[in-house]
Design a protein around this ligand. Structure first.
Ligand code: BTN
Length: 250
């Protein structure tokens, strides 16, 4: 393991640890630094949700990026990270993994991984982005939380076979470096097209729920900033936040 990679047997959240490292005044985490953990005791998902992270069941890691992009483009990095997570899952298992805007990895419409990108912005510029990846390797149905917002699965549940979390973690780290290198070399439009091609909601009728309201429409596109476009009965909307689902949520 390099000086750019800190691994913990148990930690609260790799995203929190990576942010603390990135902010550290004397030895700040450089671009590409990785924090991983065998288990997380306070793993976090999007919109303040918990990310249940028991040892041996999943991959939990975060990468620090110091991109030279403007804050409105942060959504692009969630997509770049999702491509890396999908690539790692496919490489290890052979399964075809889909994406769901903004941060879900799906196998047959069930969630098999998630991305949490958090940016630190100072004076209108990005200091760093921490991209967290959680991949469900060996979860059995009884390991999953009882009340899930979205149906979930794992490589074990999808194939009937257990997988090495170490191998999946190392595939994920390699894929993150590779997808970022593609992004940095000016391939965002190809990556956006790849994400759209695999995005399970494009062309589908979906329900969007944010803090204020719920609405539905056809998911038609993902724009250049990585924002989802929905055509409702009356207007075209850019979805900046919220949950998107195939079914109406309770
Ligand atoms: C989501 O689908 O809501 C995002 C889940 C992100 C989970 C990962 S696990 C590693 C990193 N550390 C965290 O606390 N969360 C992310």
């Amino acid at each position: 393991m390099s000086t750019l990679h800190r691994h913990f047997e148990s930690i609260g959240s790799t995203n929190e640890e990576a942010k603390a490292w990135a902010r550290n005044a004397s030895t700040p985490a450089p671009h590409g630094a990785i924090v991983s953990a065998a288990e997380q005791t306070s793993g976090r998902g999007r919109r303040g949700r918990d990310w249940v992270s028991p040892a041996g069941k999943g991959v939990y890691l975060s990468i620090v990026w110091r991109p030279k992009i403007a804050p409105p483009q942060i959504g692009q990095l969630t997509i770049v990270t999702a491509l890396a997570g999908a690539r790692a899952l496919k490489e290890i298992s052979g399964l075809n993994i889909d994406t769901k805007w903004p941060n879900d990895l799906l196998y047959q419409r069930k969630k098999i991984g998630g991305i949490l990108c958090e940016a630190e912005i100072r004076n209108g510029e990005i200091e760093f982005v921490v991209a967290g990846v959680g991949l469900n390797a060996n979860f059995a149905p009884e390991d999953l939380p009882k009340r899930l917002v979205f149906p979930a699965t794992s490589l074990l549940m999808a194939t009937g076979k257990p997988f090495s979390t170490a191998a999946l973690q190392s595939a994920c780290i390699q894929a993150l470096h590779a997808e970022y290198a593609r992004y940095d070399s000016g391939n965002w439009s190809t990556q956006r097209a790849e994400f759209i091609r695999r995005c399970a909601i494009i062309g589908e009728h979906v329900f969007v729920r944010d803090e204020q309201q719920e609405y539905s429409g056809i998911a038609t596109n993902i724009d250049n900033d990585g924002i989802l476009i929905i055509q409702t009965a009356t207007e075209t909307r850019r979805v900046l936040s919220g949950d998107v689902s195939f079914e109406k949520q309770n």
